[in-house]
Design a protein. Structure first.
Length: 684
């Protein structure tokens, strides 16, 4: 197989799949074959790897006793021959439904066809014979024969529910087919297939429609794909089926690991091809990372037969993803999901702090309030926690700690917020103690030289934290940490006596992009006074800066922009999620990032939650900041994460606690990741 371009989706573990819903011609296999062939050609033109058709699509499902007519069954075989021959020059594997007489029995089958060859025939395992269904009248179940092969068109063809179709040219692409009712039973055949390595599970269905049935189908496919760490394709019969006593909606769905990627338009007249790009690389990674999947396979895996087929991915220099990649993986764009996420994240933080106070018996906290994002969120959480456990907000000892570079606007934000929330507020000027320390160590700044090096910066950060800890000792209180997940990932925290350390940190697993939304959500849901909400919203417009280097005396703008050093947090949170949550290689992260950020249109965003960014980043920019992330994350900052204080895990994106989601050596090298980036990602 030739090397694929960086810009080709197949290069990065994605596979384009399709569900096909043709308009069926009842009891007219020749016409149905023509329609199947036309849609298979369309799938080929769309660079699809596998296309799934409905149950009994070559004959029609709702034809009752016509299934027992020899003339019809012969016509089905002729139609199947025509479809098979027509696929000879087509790329996709085609799965069609057909009633076939095999070994003197009639089976409801899924036929897997590729490049003019029938790879295998999968009989329906479970035949519904209740309410409107009476398949037992016509068909034999898969269990009716022990044969592993059947003879068709003069060839011995693999037969059974234990067939896996493996494409060695595309790592991770292993297919399994089942038919309609098979997924409605307690243990679908595809469960065993997934445990044996199938990543893409396919269901050829008829499934007539009744009120509410589509929701149930969604539930089945969503949960089954999630439990199996698999993609699940479902294609049901639509227009053309008999409506003597039933109706049909042509419902097709493509799920991946519990997430809906694509869905057909229901009740559409005419043919419909629904495509999606499935991340089989992610599915394999998820199985590796969830060890219980392998444990289950060891106990319950059944013998399966692997049938290889030679699938050659399209070699287009540019074959972009046909799926949405969220710019903000920690922040869902759907209003209902975002509201639920903010509610849960906020209350996890609150309950974590409340429990820590209850278990220690300590009734006060000390917190440094800078007027920036992180300390604002931590202070809001503290107020809610104290309200819930019945402690007065006066027991929250909040301090603003200005030093050489504190701006008037952030100092004002800090004071306004503390006053609006009714906490005990005070200010301690850090300038004298910092100046004394610099003098004691012989730093040039103490001699009047404008040297603003890392020592100058860390003296200020260390003095603040040391003061907070001594205040906590003095008042029998806990120091509440404010640093967030994004800063911890990038090592953007002063070790030990800086913002790295506290007694308990409610923001420890909350990324910067989510903190922005939590503050906005708390303000919009009126949890606090109108004045407090107004200040919180004002903080969102404040430039992210450590404020450690003096700026222009005539300007209130900070001399430092954090994102000039570590990169845009929106990009780095994207990188963090895909590297730690899914273990993606740098080249795949870059491919996903380019797809997400290639233009300035971020799409719809919920009301009251303005889009955080309409930025656009080209490949050179994506590559630059990903390189910074990889170096800082893997090589220079793990020692800080190895010594983080306690704090609650908030999201499924994970935390970086060495006691939880992320355990790594402090002396590792980033070489492997940087070399993979340089080797596989072009500079522009």
């Amino acid at each position: 197989m030739q090397e694929l371009s960086f810009h080709n989706l197949y290069r990065h573990g994605f596979v384009r799949v399709a569900t096909a819903t043709p308009e069926v011609a009842l009891a007219d296999p020749a016409a149905n074959a023509e329609r199947v062939i036309a849609m298979a050609r369309e799938a080929h033109d769309r660079s699809v790897a596998v296309v799934l058709f409905p149950e009994l699509c070559l004959s029609g499902y709702a034809i009752d006793d016509l299934l027992q007519q020899g003339a019809l069954l012969e016509a089905v075989e002729t139609a199947l021959k025509d479809v098979t021959e027509a696929t000879r020059d087509l790329r996709p594997m085609v799965l069609v439904g057909a009633p076939l007489v095999l070994e003197d029995r009639l089976f409801n089958t899924a036929v897997a066809i590729h490049k003019g060859r029938i790879l295998g025939i999968v009989p329906k395992a479970y035949l519904p014979n209740y309410r409107e269904f009476y398949e037992g009248r016509h068909f034999s179940p898969a269990s009716a024969t022990a044969r592993s092969h059947v003879r068709l068109f003069g060839e011995e063809i693999p037969f059974g529910t234990d067939l896996l179709f493996d494409a060695p040219n595309v790592p991770g692409l292993v297919l399994h087919a089942e038919v309609c009712e098979d997924v409605w039973v307690p243990i679908p055949p595809s469960t065993h297939a997934a445990l044996a390595g199938a990543t893409v599970l396919l269901n050829l269905s008829a499934s007539n429609v009744t009120i509410g049935k589509s929701d149930y189908r969604h539930a089945l496919c969503r949960v089954h794909s999630a439990r199996c760490f698999a993609a699940y394709l479902y294609s049901a019969a639509g227009a053309g089926e008999s409506t003597t006593d039933l109706a049909w909606d042509g419902h097709a769905m493509i799920y991946e690991n519990g997430s809906l990627l694509a869905e057909s338009e229901r009740f559409l007249r005419g043919a419909q091809l629904t495509t999606a790009d499935v991340d089989v690389g992610l599915l394999v990674q998820e199985r590796i990372r969830h060890g219980t999947f392998g444990d289950c396979a060891a106990h319950h895996e059944q013998p399966m037969r692997r049938i290889s087929f030679d699938f050659e991915p399209p070699s287009d220099p540019v074959l972009p993803l046909a799926r949405a990649v969220p710019r903000f993986p920690y922040v869902p764009a759907d209003p209902a999901r975002l509201d639920e996420l903010c509610f849960e994240a906020y209350n996890i933080q609150v309950s974590g702090l409340a429990q820590r106070l209850a278990s220690t018996g300590i009734k006060r906290i000390v917190i440094g309030v800078s007027g920036g994002l992180d300390s604002t969120q931590a202070l809001l959480v503290a107020c809610q926690a104290f309200d819930e456990i019945g402690l007065p907000r006066e027991n929250i000892l909040a301090y603003t700690l200005p030093a050489f570079a504190t701006s008037a606007s952030t100092r004002e934000n800090a004071w306004d917020l503390m006053r609006a929330l009714g906490v005990s507020a005070d200010e301690i000027d850090m300038t004298p103690v910092c100046r004394q320390t610099l003098e004691d160590i012989g730093h040039p700044f103490a001699k009047g030289q404008p040297v603003y090096d890392i020592t100058f910066e860390n003296v200020q950060a260390g003095a603040r934290t040391a003061t907070l800890f001594r205040l906590a000792n003095f008042h029998n209180a806990l120091v509440l940490g404010t640093g967030d997940l994004s800063e911890l990932a990038l090592g953007w925290a002063t070790y030990g006596v800086g913002d790295h350390m506290s007694h308990y940190n409610v923001n420890a697993s909350v990324p910067k992009t989510l903190i922005q939304h939590l503050i906005r959500w708390a303000a919009s849901t009126h949890r606090f006074s109108e004045a407090a909400s107004a200040v919180a919203l004002k903080v969102l417009d404040t430039e992210i800066s450590p404020e450690l280097v003096p700026g222009d005396a005539d300007s209130d703008k900070p001399a430092q922009r954090t994102e000039d050093f570590v990169g845009p947090y929106e990009l780095q949170d994207f990188n963090l999620y895909h590297v730690t949550r899914h273990g993606c290689a740098p080249s795949k992260v870059a491919f996903l990032s380019l797809h997400a950020w290639k233009d300035s249109s971020a799409g719809a965003w919920p009301p009251n939650f303005p889009e955080p960014s309409r930025n656009a980043y080209d490949l050179a920019t994506v590559r630059k900041w990903l390189r910074v992330f990889l170096h800082r994350f893997f090589q220079t900052s793990q020692f800080k994460r190895s010594a983080v204080p306690n704090g609650p895990k908030v999201g499924s994106g994970g935390s970086l606690s060495p006691r939880g989601d992320w355990r790594a050596p402090s002396d590792a090298s980033a070489k492997v990741w940087l070399e993979e980036l340089d080797r596989n990602v072009p500079e522009s």
